[in-house]
Design a protein around this ligand. Structure first.
Ligand code: FAD
Ligand code: FES
Ligand code: FES
Length: 475
């Protein structure tokens, strides 16, 4: 039985664990404030806040309820728009700001914006204008235009400047941002059974009969009808699959680490100082709050951003068999055999990824070009890691690229070519020929094959511009 707190009420349901939170709140609980737009995670009309208990405190995150399987909110607090005004029936300052700044017309998108902005109110992040705008990067409005919503966001920064660092919830309640029942939610959550009993199920032939699911941001889009009526093995909250651990010179990233958790990790930030710049190009805030590393890799999209990132780290993937409990480790680049074909059985799942912690002589960069800068999948993406000697000689290179082959591609020949070389104009000329020889892009909606070849060359050049090696291309 899945149980969670919906606004101020404990709810229990025997519905299939793959059914969506959106359908549950609208059709089982008649909370129709949460809107249905695209049902594909793109518009944010269905955004709700999901609070997870960590110790005695709750962390609230925006999630698209259309892609959230019920299993993923077990033992959590779900806040819909109906739950933010309960006690006094007056509008919250966030709602007022949207109105006075003319941030709403037809109102269809408004609730999604209000929930994303209420997420800022409840978050521990500094409410700078940049952070507030980032929080609404997954919300689309088709009639108001964004200037008035940006004014509401600016007003929110100003109002939240008063928010005390200590006991902010009492202040938020006093100011009418959220109702006072929120103060009792941690204690209420503690009394719910924390673990959802749902181990993988198999038939007599040892075949799996349910679905592994991480954040659901791929599976719920690919197979919505099937998943909504199926049971799922929830990986998102499996503590065995969570966390970032550094042991010696190895960094191990649990498969269910979300993109947001990866971005927020101080250890990972130290290794990749430009991390937030890279990850800003990956989906949107609510999707990053849900999307896991394991899901990105198993999705096996030739343009999966996190897959391209980990390929350039020369990562290894640790697979575990849910039936036999046996584990094996293989280079991530060897997992991809052909288009969406993996060296993995149906009963195997990713436990973690591991890579060598970069040292001071190691450079890393990630580049992505899509038709739209934000909230779009790549036309071509690429990552590169180089280890460089003091005299500028490249000791080791790992380059990956997406959108240029049937699989997310580790560029073996190009990486091997660079070893021992110093980058200069002559090396670049031969290198770019090697690069071109090992890719086979196809023409599709994201660009012609010729465009993608040229784009890859430019993205790899961009890596070297960022690295400023030997003062080659250092401008
Ligand atoms: C609006 C939107 C925007 C997006 N933008 C981007 C983008 O910019 N870049 C990008 O790369 N992707 C993007 N995606 C795709 C998706 O978000 C990512 O691929 C994400 O990382 C998938 O992770 P998940 O946990 O949600 O996967 P899920 O949907 O939960 O699972 C995906 C697949 O992996 C399997 N799986 C999950 N975890 C494991 C595991 N540990 N072991 C074995 N199998 C597992 C599932 O069974 C399923 O087959 C976007 C998706 C949406 C909806
Ligand atoms: S309905 Fe569009 S993001 Fe959920
Ligand atoms: S107000 Fe109509 S879509 Fe935003």
């Amino acid at each position: 039985m899945i149980s969670f707190i919906l606004n101020n009420q404990v709810v229990k349901t025997g519905l299939p664990s793959g059914s969506t939170l959106l359908d549950f709140v609208r059709y089982e609980k008649q909370l129709v404030g949460t809107k249905i737009g695209c049902r594909e995670g793109d518009c944010g009309a269905c955004n709700v806040l999901v609070g997870t208990l960590v110790g005695e405190e709750i962390t609230y995150q925006t999630m698209t309820s259309c892609l959230t399987p019920l299993s993923n909110v077990h033992a959590k607090h779900v806040l819909t728009v109906e739950g933010i005004n309960l006690s006094n029936r007056q509008l919250s300052p966030v709602q007022e700001l949207m109105i006075v700044n003319n941030g709403t017309q037809c109102g269809f998108c408004t609730i999604g914006f209000v929930m994303s902005l209420t997420g800022v109110v409840l978050s521990k992040e500094n409410p700078t204008y940049a952070n507030v705008i980032k929080a609404i990067d997954g919300n689309i409005c088709r009639c108001t235009g964004y200037k008035s919503i940006e004014r509401a966001a600016k007003g929110l920064c100003e109002t939240l400047a008063e928010r005390p660092a200590k006991k902010p919830l009492s202040w938020l309640v006093e100011q009418g941002f959220v109702p006072d029942y929120l103060q009792n939610i941690p204690a209420k959550l503690q009394s719910l059974q924390q673990k959802l009993n749902q181990d993988s199920t198999f038939n007599d032939n040892g075949q799996k009969t349910d679905f592994f699911i991480g954040g659901g941001t791929d599976l719920m889009v690919q197979k919505p009808a099937i998943i909504r009526t199926s049971s799922t093995t929830n990986f998102l909250d499996d503590t065995q699959l969570k966390g970032i651990h550094i042991e010696g010179n190895l960094c191990r990233v649990g498969a269910s680490t979300t993109v947001t958790e990866f971005e927020d990790s101080p250890e990972i930030q130290k290794m990749f100082p430009d991390l937030s710049k890279y990850l800003k190009l990956v989906s949107s805030t609510p999707i990053r709050n849900m999307a896991t590393m394991g899901g990105n890799i198993i999705n096996a999209s030739p343009i999966g951003d996190m897959t391209i990132f980990f390929l350039a780290l020369n990562s290894q993937v640790i697979l575990k068999d849910a039936l036999t409990q046996n584990s094996r480790t293989l280079p991530l680049k060897d997992l991809f055999l052909d288009y969406k074909k993996l060296d993995k059985t149906d009963t195997e799942y990713i436990e973690s990824l591991q890579f060598e912690v970069p040292d001071n002589a190691t450079y890393f960069n990630f580049e992505k070009v899509s038709k739209r800068t934000h909230l779009d999948i790549a036309s071509v993406n690429s990552a590169c890691q180089l280890k460089v000697a003091k005299d500028g000689a490249i000791l080791q290179a790992h380059i990956s690229a997406g959108g240029v082959a049937a699989i997310p591609k580790y560029l073996d020949k190009s990486s091997a070519f660079l070893k021992g070389k110093k980058m200069d104009d002559a090396t670049w000329k031969t290198f770019s020929e090697v690069l071109d020889s090992e890719v086979s892009p196809i023409s599709d909606a994201r660009g012609s094959a010729a465009y993608k070849r040229l784009l890859l060359r430019q993205l790899v050049l961009a890596h070297f511009v960022e690295f400023k090696l030997n003062h080659w291309l250092a401008f």
